[in-house]
Design a binder for this molecule. Structure first.
Ligand code: ZN
Length: 206
């Protein structure tokens, strides 16, 4: 079992993640081809004790079909503390602004663009992409386009840096057990109740 109270606060807002703000345009290089990119479902959780994304336990794409406590209480309202699970993809990119390898999390719009680019060009890793973010009403729109003149393989030192960043290890911070999920839910329900509770037995997860 994971030890350390600080782990309770692990979230997505780590320096290793690629961030693009409204109105910004950046250049990036994807480092994994479309068939190798990780796809998974996540809830967004926002409570006093925990803020961040949590992997859903019911994710048939990844052959996980467990009962997910977060699904049972999840809401479609983005402002509610626990939202319904959405599909995201996770990969590693090189941020051309500072040359660092970062974790990249994308939504369906970007994945559609990448799939199309892959179908047309057989690769998404041999060219840099411009990515921009713009708010349109309530929607945030991301635009992606191949950067003309940037075609070519990664350099050896870039490949080395990519290999050094452990995607799975970083994603493991967003994995919660049923018990940890239940604790998050309980913290919402017992927000104003400080009474002591006895520890329940660990859920048996087969
Ligand atoms: Zn779930």
């Amino acid at each position: 079992m994971k030890k350390g109270l600080d782990k309770f606060f692990d979230n997505d807002f780590d320096n290793d993640w690629f961030v693009i703000k409204d109105g910004e345009k950046k250049s990036i290089r994807f480092t994994e081809e479309v068939p190798n990119i990780t796809v998974a479902r996540q809830h967004f959780v926002k409570t006093d004790g925990f803020k961040g994304f949590v992997f859903c336990l019911n994710d048939p794409d990844n052959d996980i079909t467990d009962e997910c406590p977060l699904c049972e209480v999840a809401s479609t309202e983005w402002n509610d503390p626990i939202t319904v699970a959405k599909k995201y993809f996770f990969t590693k990119i090189i941020d051309r602004e500072d040359g660092k390898v970062k974790l990249f999390k994308g939504t369906s719009g970007i994945s559609q663009y990448l799939i199309k680019h892959y179908q047309d060009n057989d690769s998404i890793v041999n060219i840099d992409f411009n990515i921009s973010r713009k708010k349109k009403g309530n929607l945030t729109q991301y635009n992606l386009s191949g950067l003309v003149g940037s075609i070519g393989d990664l350099k050896e030192d870039e490949k080395k840096k990519v290999a050094e960043l452990d995607l799975d290890k970083n994603l493991s911070f967003n994995k919660k057990t049923k018990k940890e999920m239940q604790n998050i839910i309980n913290s919402l329900e017992d927000k104003n109740n400080n009474s002591d509770e006895e520890d329940e037995d660990e859920d048996s997860i087969l």
